[in-house]
Design a protein around this ligand. Structure first.
Ligand code: NAP
Length: 317
């Protein structure tokens, strides 16, 4: 276990309410407790089974299945639920939010979360959407760990007129969780994430689905020989179905745009193979190798075999 990021860390919020205690919510709970970022940590989740599990893991100071109850007197409220659920969470909490509270989320899409939540939130709170670019293919309270956000970016997508002090406090919170913080326009966020996260997941879901459907290669061969490239796709393709269904439905335009670009480039690759255009293939593979090097140089992955994964060190979302 890594020790606290800064032994002099001070309390940033008196009360933090976490709505949703899966992979992201429970990782936040763990780092909030480790770093002492709140005097009181309230946990809310939909089902009593998950709530019990969170209690058993000792993730917070109070536990409830009522979102409204959790946010009472909270200075920071973080929704960590599938993006398609954002509107119902905003409806639940709207009447119980403290004046001056910061309301944020961790959803993988931003335009849709803003559309769903903004109309319901009172004007006396600061709504600042966010997205930590950190995750794994696992879900639920057991899957979380305090180090998840370390060295990863958290993108905040403030709306026009956002209070500078609230923005600074939220950014300080994410830094205390170990993240670097950037801010971005929500539309741009959705386009960038469609490329770096949503499209790769769709390619993985598709390739693993194709292998599953193939009749000439048996399922046992797919599993037996999976070390040769296929395996790395299966990690992404094992990601939470609810989360990824919602991402696809809630970032539709940007994803369709990236899929169109991808299909055009794939057709061009197909043509190069058909016509034996080795130079074209070599140039592309050289260019893509340089991108991998830049990612390692930027500290976003480590240069070890096994696709950069090490036991205990999770890949980004
Ligand atoms: P998760 O592990 O599946 O946990 C989801 C949480 O949301 C659980 O507490 C679950 O409650 C609750 N929930 C599920 N459906 C709900 C519904 N219909 N109404 C109310 N609550 C509901 O999910 P996660 O991976 O933490 O993802 C949470 C958010 O983080 C998503 O918006 C996702 O886009 C974003 N995100 C994920 C990753 C990643 O890699 N996983 C990375 C960055 C951002 P119960 O168990 O009680 O039903």
């Amino acid at each position: 276990m890594r020790k606290r990021l800064d032994s002099m860390q001070t309390i940033i919020f008196d009360k933090i309410a976490l709505i949703g205690i899966g992979l992201i919510g429970s990782s936040l709970a763990r780092v909030i407790r480790r770093e002492g970022l709140a005097r009181h940590l309230a946990i809310a989740t939909r089902s009593s089974e998950t709530l019990e599990q969170a209690h058993h893991l000792d993730l917070g100071d109070s536990y409830t299945t009522s979102n409204a109850e959790a946010v009472r007197d909270a200075d920071l409220v973080i929704a960590s639920v599938p993006v398609g659920t954002s509107e119902s969470v905003a409806r639940d909490i709207a009447g119980d939010l403290k004046e001056g509270a910061i309301v944020t989320d961790v959803g993988s899409t931003k335009g849709s979360v803003i559309e769903q939540m903004r109309p319901h939130l009172p004007s006396h709170v600061h709504f600042i959407p966010g997205h930590p670019i950190a995750g794994t293919e696992r879900s639920g309270p057991d899957a979380g760990f305090a180090e998840l956000f370390e060295g990863r970016w958290c993108i905040l997508t403030p709306l026009e007129g956002t209070d500078a002090d609230a923005m600074a406090r939220l950014a300080a919170f994410w830094r205390a969780c170990g993240s670097d913080v950037d801010s971005m326009d929500p539309v741009h966020h959705d386009m960038v994430l469609a490329m770096v996260s949503h499209l790769p997941h769709l390619i993985a879901y598709n390739i693993v689905g194709t292998a599953d459907d193939l009749e000439t290669v048996t399922k046992s061969e797919v599993i037996k020989y999976s070390a040769s490239g296929f395996r790395d796709f299966t990690r992404l393709a094992a990601s939470d179905p609810t989360m990824w269904r919602d991402v696809c439905l809630h970032n539709k335009d940007a994803i369709l745009e990236m899929l169109a670009r991808f299909s055009e480039d794939l057709a061009s690759l197909q043509r190069a193979i058909r016509w034996g255009d080795g130079d074209k293939l070599f140039d592309l593979f050289n260019r893509t190798r340089a991108i991998r090097r830049s990612i390692i140089e930027a500290g976003q992955d480590v240069d070890v075999p096994d696709f950069g994964r090490q036991a205990g060190k999770a890949p980004a979302e």
